[in-house]
Design a protein around this ligand. Structure first.
Ligand code: UDP
Ligand code: MN
Length: 373
C-alpha cells in the first residue's frame, strides 16, 4: 500500500493544478454558452422592440386629433346620437310620459338600506333579488328620490358566461341598494385574436356615452364579486380603486399603484388621461399603465377602507402573460404616448349593440395585434 508520504509532493501539486484547470474550463464553457445565448436573445429582443417602435411611430403618423379636439368631437357625436335616438323613438311612438312617482327629493347622502358585509359564494348566483324590475338594457334608477350619482359600469368580456351570470346576480341588488342611477355595459371582443381588455374598455366608454349620459364610469372585471355594499359605485373627486382587498391576494393590496380589477373614474378624468393605452395585447400591465397616466396627470389614486373594499374572485385558469419585455417597455414609455395612444386613437368596428334584460351588450371588432406581438 502506498501511504500519502510515498507520493512525491510535486506530483500532488501537479494533480491539484490539473483539477483547478479542469474546473475553471468547465465554468468557462458553461458561462460562454450562457453568454452567447443571452446575446442571441438580446439580439432577437432588440429586433422585436425595434418593430414595436415602428408600430408606435406609425400610430404617431396617423394624424391623431389632440385629446382636447377629440373630446369636443366626442361631445358632438354624443349629442347627435342622443338627438337621433329621441327622434327615432318619437317616430316609433315609444316615447311615453313616465308614470314614475314624481319626486324632487335627492336620495339621502348615506343610502338607508345597505346590508354591509355580504356573504358571497362564487360558484352560485346570489339569492338576493333586485328589488325592482330593471329597465331594458340593464339600467335602473330609484323611484322615490333623485339619485345622487349616475354611473356607467363597464365590464370587459369574452367567453366567461358563468362569471357574468354570477356577477350580475350580485351587482344589481347592490347598486340598487346604493340608490344609484346606473346602467351596466358588457363589452365583448369579437373573434379569437389575443384579448385586449384596455382597448375594448376604451370602445365601451365611447359607445356607452352615446346611449347613456353619465359623468362617472366604473370599469369592472367580470370575475370580481363585491363583498360589501358600503363600497359605493360612485366617483369621488379623485379616481378610486375599489377592489383593494381580494381573497385571491390574501385580502391585501399588492402594490401602491395597483388599479386593476374595479376602478371608478369621473368621465372628465378618464378623458383627461386619454383613457387606456390601446397597445397592451394579452395579459398584463394595461392597468398599471393607466395608473401612471393618472399620477402623471396630477390626479391621485384614492381607495376606500380595506375592510369595505373587499372582493371574491371567481376561480379561473390564468391567462398566458404577454411577453414581459414588450410589456415593460410599453409601461416605461407609457406616459410619453399619452397624447396619441388612447381614446383619441382607438380603432374599432362596433358590430352590434344589443339590449338584454340586465345589461347592454356591445360586440366589437378591434382587429388583431400588430406584427411582433
Ligand atoms: N377577460 C374576459 N375573457 C378573457 C380574458 C379576460 O372576459 O378571455 C376579462 C374579464 O373581465 C376578466 C378581465 O378581463 O376579469 C381580466 O382578465 P383575467 O381575469 O384573465 O386576469 P386577472 O386579473 O385574473 O389576472
Ligand atoms: Mn381574473
Amino acid at each position: 500500500m502506498l501511504g500519502r508520504r510515498d507520493v512525491p509532493p510535486v506530483l500532488l501539486l501537479l494533480l491539484l493544478i490539473i483539477l483547478i484547470l479542469l474546473t475553471l474550463s468547465q465554468i468557462l464553457v458553461v458561462h460562454h454558452g450562457r453568454f452567447r445565448a443571452t446575446v442571441r436573445g438580446r439580439g432577437r429582443g432588440r429586433t422585436e422592440l425595434r418593430r414595436l417602435d415602428i408600430n408606435l411611430q406609425q400610430l404617431l403618423h396617423q394624424n391623431v386629433p389632440s385629446i382636447d379636439t377629440h373630446r369636443k368631437l366626442l361631445q358632438n357625436e354624443r349629442n347627435e346620437a342622443r338627438i337621433r335616438n329621441i327622434l327615432h323613438r318619437a317616430s316609433e311612438g315609444t316615447i311615453q310620459i313616465s308614470n314614475r312617482t314624481a319626486s324632487n327629493q335627492r336620495c339621502p347622502l348615506i343610502p338607508p338600506n345597505l346590508f354591509g358585509p355580504i356573504r358571497v359564494n362564487t360558484t352560485t348566483q346570489s339569492s338576493d333579488r333586485a328589488s325592482e324590475e330593471l329597465e331594458f338594457g340593464g339600467s335602473w334608477r330609484p323611484k322615490d328620490c333623485i339619485a345622487r350619482h349616475k354611473v356607467a359600469v363597464i365590464i370587459p368580456y369574452r367567453d366567461r358566461k358563468e362569471h357574468l351570470t354570477i356577477l350580475l346576480s350580485y351587482l344589481h341588488p347592490i347598486l340598487q341598494r346604493q340608490q344609484l342611477d346606473y346602467r351596466l355595459f358588457v363589452v365583448e371582443q369579437f373573434g379569437i385574436q389575443t384579448f385586449n381588455k384596455a382597448r375594448i374598455m376604451n370602445v365601451a366608454f365611447i359607445e356607452a356615452a352615446k346611449v347613456y349620459s353619465s359623468s362617472c364610469v366604473v370599469f369592472h372585471d367580470v370575475d370580481l364579486i363585491p363583498e360589501d355594499d358600503r363600497n359605493m359605485y360612485s366617483c369621488p373627486e379623485q379616481p378610486r380603486h375599489m377592489s383593494v382587498a381580494i381573497d385571491e391576494m390574501g385580502y391585501k393590496l399588492a402594490y401602491e399603484e395597483l388599479v386593476g380589477g374595479v376602478l371608478a373614474m369621473r368621465n372628465e378624468h378618464f378623458e383627461l388621461v386619454n383613457g387606456y393605452s390601446n397597445l397592451y395585447w394579452g395579459w398584463g400591465a394595461e392597468d398599471d399603465d393607466i395608473a401612471y397616466r393618472i399620477l402623471y396627470s396630477g390626479l391621485v389614486i384614492s381607495r376606500p377602507p380595506t375592510r369595505i373594499a373587499r372582493y371574491k374572485m371567481v376561480k379561473h385558469t390564468k391567462r398566458k402573460p404577454s411577453d414581459w419585455r414588450k410589456r415593460i417597455r410599453l409601461l416605461y414609455t407609457g406616459t410619453r404616448r399619452l397624447q396619441y395612444d388612447g381614446l383619441n386613437s382607438v380603432q374599432y368596428k362596433l358590430l352590434s349593440t344589443k339590449l338584454h334584460d340586465s345589461y347592454t351588450h356591445f360586440l366589437v371588432d378591434i382587429g388583431k395585434p400588430p406584427q411582433g406581438f
